[in-house]
Design a protein around this ligand. Structure first.
Ligand code: ACM
Ligand code: ZN
Length: 755
C-alpha cells in the first residue's frame, strides 16, 4: 500500500472514531409537539454498532422502520431480534405493544419512552403507539442525525416520557388538483407529518383543474382530465398511477399515517366532465378549467349514469385506500345547472324533494349509503349540511365553526378547519404562526357533552397559489408545527413566546429535511398613534431577534435605511419601507406602508352606516388616520361595508380652507368587492346648510379582474368649510354577470383625504 493512501486511511479512521459526546442537554426545547409528561435525567445512552433492537413479533414494521432510520445516519446497521427474552440485557432498544396505561394515558396512540444509561424502551398498547414513540426518539438526536452524517455512535439523553394525543384526527389537506406534486414531495410531507405526530394525510385528488388519480374503467379521466391548457397555451398536468398511489399508501402505513382520499362531488368536477361530458346536465363538451374559482358545470344529479360512474370510481378508490373514511368534497356546488335540467327536476319531483339543496342532500346520502355498504364512512365539507345532513357523515367545517357545531350538536362527528385559523395557503398577514397556535379546535359554545364529537382538525393547503414545492414548504411550515402542538398537546394556556423559541430549534432540522420553511409572521408591527391631527408611527419588532431599518420613499426622500427611532412623526405623504433581518439574514421581503398627510387627519367621523366587523381596519379613525391600504383586500387598512353604502360625516373641528376632497376605494370583483357606482360629497361650515362639492361616477371597468385602488376626488377653488358628508354607493346586489349575482357586494374604503 502506498504511504499516502495509508495516511489517508488512518486519518479517516481517526476522524470517524472521534465522534464527540454530544446530546440534547435540554430535551424540552427540542421536542415538538410537547409531550404530556417529561422527566429528563442527567447522563445519556450510547447507541452504537453493538446496540440491538428487541421487538415483539408483531412489531416487525416498527422495528424495520427504526433500523432503517438509524442506518441512514450511522456507520452501522442495528440488529433486530424478535423476541422478548434477549440474550443480553444492556445496549438494547426494547419495543413492546402490550403495555397497559392507566386511564389518564389510555389512547390508541399513547406511548412511554424510557431512556436509561443501559437501554431504551418504547412501550405502548398498540403498534401505532410504538411508532409515535419512535418519532419522539427520532426528535432527540442532534442535528448531525438529520444531516445523515454517518456517525459511529449517538448519545441520547436519559429521560422518561409518558405521552398521548389530545385529538384523534390530526391532519393536513394536500391539494394535488390545482397543482400536481410528485410522489417524492407527497412522501416528504407524509414523513414530516409522522415526525410531528400528525396522523392524517387528506389527499385532494380531483378538481376542476385536474383529475389526478388513474381509474382503469374510465381512462379518459387521466388522458383528458389530468391536463389543462393554460392561459399562455402551455399544457399543465400529471396524475398518479395506481403503482404510485400504492407506494404512497404503503409509505404512509409504515408510519401509521392514514391517507384519506378526496373525490369531489357534485361540484369541482370540471376535469371529469371534460373527459366524460355526458356526466353533466347539458352534456356539452367543456375544457379542463384553466383558472381558479367555482364552476357551474357539475355532475347531473338526475342522471343514473352519474351514480354508476361515481360508484365505479369509488370502487377503484376504495381498493387503493384502506382508510376508514372517504372524503367526497361536497363544497361549492352551484345549483344553476340543476335548476335548468329536466332530469334533475324530474328527480326532485319523484323523490319529493323541496329544492336543489335537498337534491344535493339526496346526492350525498346516496353516496353515503354506497360507501357504507363497503364499510366506509363519508366525510364532506360543511355544505353537506345543505338540505339535511346524512345520518352518519362526518362534517369538515371550513366556513367558520358553524358546520362543526351543527354536526356535533346532532351527535355527529366533525373535523375543524375554520378558514381563519387552518388555511395555510393564506398569507401570514392573516393567518400567522401565533394565530394558528392560539386555535382552539373545540368551539367554545359547544356543550361539554358534545365535545367528544370534535375529532380534531386539519390544516388546509389549497394549491391555487402553491405552484411548486418551495412555495408549498413556505406555506406549510412553520404553521404545521403550531397545529401539531394544538392537536397533540392542546396546551390549556398556550404560551406563544416559549413556543416560538422552541420552533427556532426545529429550523436546523427542517433545513436538513429539505424544507424551505417560510416566515412566522409579519416581523414588525407598524402602529399609528393619532394625537389630534398628528400621526406618530411606531415600528415594533415582534421579538428581539428581529432587527429593523427604515427609509422613506418619495421624490425628495433620503434613500438610505436608518435604525428605527422610538417614534417617527408623519411629516410628508410618502411610503415607509422597512427592511428586517433575523440572525443576520434577511427576513422576508421589505415591508411597505404608504401614508398621506392631509387636513382631515384626526378628524371626527360620524358613521350613518356601519362598517362590517370582519373588515373594520383600525375602527372609527381608520378613514382619517393618514395610513393607506395596498391593493390587497386583506391588508388590514381596508374598512368594509357589506351590501351597504358608506355614509358618514367628517368634522374637521374648525373652519378649514380646502380645495381637494376625495376618498380611496378598492375594486376586486373576483373577491366580490366593487368600487362604488358613484360618490357624492357635500360640505358645510356650520353643519346645517350643505352645499354640493361633487358627484363622481365610477370610471373602472367593473368586470376588470385586476385588483385596483380607485380614487374618487374633486378639486375646486379654495373654500372654508368644517363638515364633509361623504356618500359612496354600494352596488348592493352583485350584478347579473358576476359569479355571486344577486348576493350582497362589498365596498372597501381606506381613507378620506382633504387638502
Ligand atoms: C373549501 O375551501 N372550498 C372547502
Ligand atoms: Zn341534471
Amino acid at each position: 500500500m502506498k504511504k499516502n493512501t495509508l495516511q489517508t486511511l488512518l486519518l479517516i479512521l481517526l476522524i470517524s472514531c472521534a465522534n464527540p459526546i454530544e446530546y440534547r442537554k435540554n430535551v424540552a426545547d427540542v421536542l415538538l409537539p410537547k409531550p404530556m409528561q417529561l422527566q429528563q435525567q442527567k447522563g445519556y445512552f450510547s447507541l452504537n454498532k453493538h446496540t440491538v433492537i428487541v421487538a415483539a413479533k408483531n412489531l416487525k414494521n416498527e422495528a424495520l422502520y427504526l433500523q432503517h432510520l438509524l442506518s441512514e445516519s450511522s456507520k452501522f446497521t442495528t440488529k433486530i431480534v424478535y423476541d422478548f427474552k434477549p440474550d443480553k440485557e444492556e445496549n438494547v432498544i426494547f419495543l413492546t405493544n402490550t403495555f397497559n396505561f392507566n386511564d389518564e394515558f389510555e389512547s390508541e396512540e399513547s406511548y412511554k419512552l424510557l431512556i436509561t444509561k443501559k437501554n431504551i424502551e418504547i412501550a405502548a398498547s398498540t403498534t401505532t403507539g410504538v411508532m409515535r414513540g419512535i418519532q419522539t426518539l427520532r426528535q432527540l438526536f442532534i442535528n448531525d442525525f438529520y444531516k445523515k452524517s454517518k456517525r459511529i455512535s449517538w448519545q441520547l439523553p436519559q429521560l422518561q416520557i409518558t405521552d398521548k394525543p389530545a385529538f384523534k384526527h390530526r391532519g393536513i389537506l394536500f391539494d394535488s388538483g390545482r397543482h400536481f406534486f410528485s410522489t417524492n414531495v407527497v412522501k416528504k410531507y407524509i414523513d414530516l407529518l409522522a415526525f410531528y405526530k400528525m396522523n392524517v394525510f387528506h389527499w385532494h385528488l380531483t378538481e376542476d383543474q385536474g383529475w389526478r388519480i388513474a381509474i382503469d374503467k374510465y381512462p379518459k379521466l387521466t388522458e383528458i382530465g389530468a391536463y389543462r391548457i393554460q392561459k399562455d397555451s402551455t399544457v399543465y398536468g400529471g396524475f398518479y398511477t395506481k403503482e404510485a398511489i400504492k407506494s404512497i399508501v404503503a409509505y404512509a402505513k409504515e408510519r401509521h399515517i392514514t391517507v384519506i382520499p378526496e373525490i369531489e362531488m357534485p361540484g369541482h368536477s370540471t376535469a371529469a366532465i371534460a373527459a366524460y361530458p355526458e356526466l353533466s346536465c347539458t352534456g356539452d363538451t367543456i375544457q379542463v378549467a384553466n383558472e381558479w374559482g367555482i364552476f357551474e358545470d357539475i355532475y347531473c344529479a338526475g342522471n343514473e349514469d352519474t351514480f354508476t360512474f361515481l360508484e365505479n370510481v369509488l370502487l377503484e378508490v376504495m381498493d387503493l385506500f384502506p382508510s376508514e373514511y372517504i372524503h367526497i368534497g361536497g363544497d361549492e356546488a352551484p345549483k344553476d345547472r340543476w335548476k335548468d335540467c329536466s332530469k334533475c327536476q324530474k328527480r326532485i319531483k319523484e323523490e319529493g324533494l323541496k329544492d336543489e339543496k335537498e337534491l344535493q342532500s339526496y346526492f350525498i346520502k346516496r353516496i353515503e349509503k354506497f360507501l357504507a355498504k363497503h364499510n366506509k364512512k363519508l366525510i364532506g365539507w360543511d355544505e353537506i349540511l345543505q338540505g339535511g345532513l346524512s345520518p352518519t357523515a362526518t362534517v369538515q367545517s371550513w366556513r367558520g365553526e358553524k358546520g362543526g357545531i351543527v354536526a356535533a350538536t346532532n351527535n355527529q362527528y366533525a373535523i375543524m378547519s375554520p378558514r381563519a385559523y387552518c388555511y395555510f395557503d393564506y398569507d401570514i398577514l392573516n393567518t400567522d404562526l401565533e394565530k394558528v397556535y392560539n386555535f382552539k379546535p373545540i368551539p367554545s359554545e359547544l356543550p361539554i357533552t358534545q365535545q367528544k364529537f370534535i375529532l380534531g382538525s386539519e390544516g388546509n393547503l389549497w394549491s391555487e397559489r402553491i405552484p411548486d414545492e418551495n412555495t408549498l414548504d413556505a406555506k406549510a411550515f412553520p404553521r404545521i408545527l403550531a397545529l401539531s402542538e394544538v392537536l397533540w398537546t392542546a396546551p390549556v394556556t398556550p404560551n406563544f413566546n416559549t413556543f416560538y423559541q422552541r420552533v427556532q430549534n426545529q429550523y436546523p432540522v427542517l433545513k436538513n429535511k429539505g424544507v424551505n420553511y417560510g416566515l412566522e409572521f409579519i416581523p414588525v408591527k407598524i402602529e399609528n398613534e393619532l394625537k389630534e391631527d398628528k400621526v406618530a408611527i411606531k415600528i415594533i419588532p415582534k421579538f428581539e431577534d428581529f432587527k429593523a431599518m427604515y427609509r422613506w420613499n418619495c421624490e425628495k426622500c433620503d434613500t438610505v435605511f436608518k435604525p428605527i427611532p422610538k417614534s417617527i412623526a408623519l411629516s410628508k405623504s410618502a411610503e415607509l419601507e422597512i427592511s428586517v433581518t433575523k440572525n443576520n439574514a434577511k427576513y422576508g421581503t421589505n415591508l411597505n406602508q404608504s401614508y398621506s398627510l392631509h387636513k382631515a387627519i384626526g378628524a371626527k367621523v360620524n358613521y350613518k352606516t356601519a362598517y362590517n366587523s370582519y373588515y373594520k381596519a383600525s375602527g372609527d379613525d381608520a378613514l382619517v388616520n393618514g395610513r393607506l391600504a395596498s391593493n390587497k383586500y386583506r391588508d388590514t387598512n381596508w374598512q368594509g361595508f357589506l351590501g351597504a353604502d358608506v355614509n358618514c360625516v367628517i368634522d374637521l373641528e374648525e373652519a378649514t380652507t380646502v380645495s381637494t376632497i376625495g376618498a380611496r376605494f378598492l375594486h376586486k370583483q373576483k373577491s366580490w368587492i366593487l368600487a362604488p357606482s358613484w360618490v357624492s360629497i357635500e360640505v358645510s361650515l356650520d353643519g346645517n346648510s350643505w352645499e354640493n362639492w361633487a358627484k363622481i361616477e365610477a370610471t373602472v371597468n367593473e368586470k376588470s379582474e385586476q385588483s385596483t385602488i380607485e380614487v374618487y376626488s374633486k378639486q375646486h377653488l379654495p373654500k372654508t368649510i368644517r363638515y364633509i358628508k361623504l356618500f359612496a354607493k354600494n352596488v348592493e346586489k352583485l350584478p347579473e354577470w358576476h359569479e355571486g349575482s344577486g348576493k350582497k357586494g362589498w365596498l372597501f374604503i381606506d381613507e378620506i383625504f382633504v387638502r
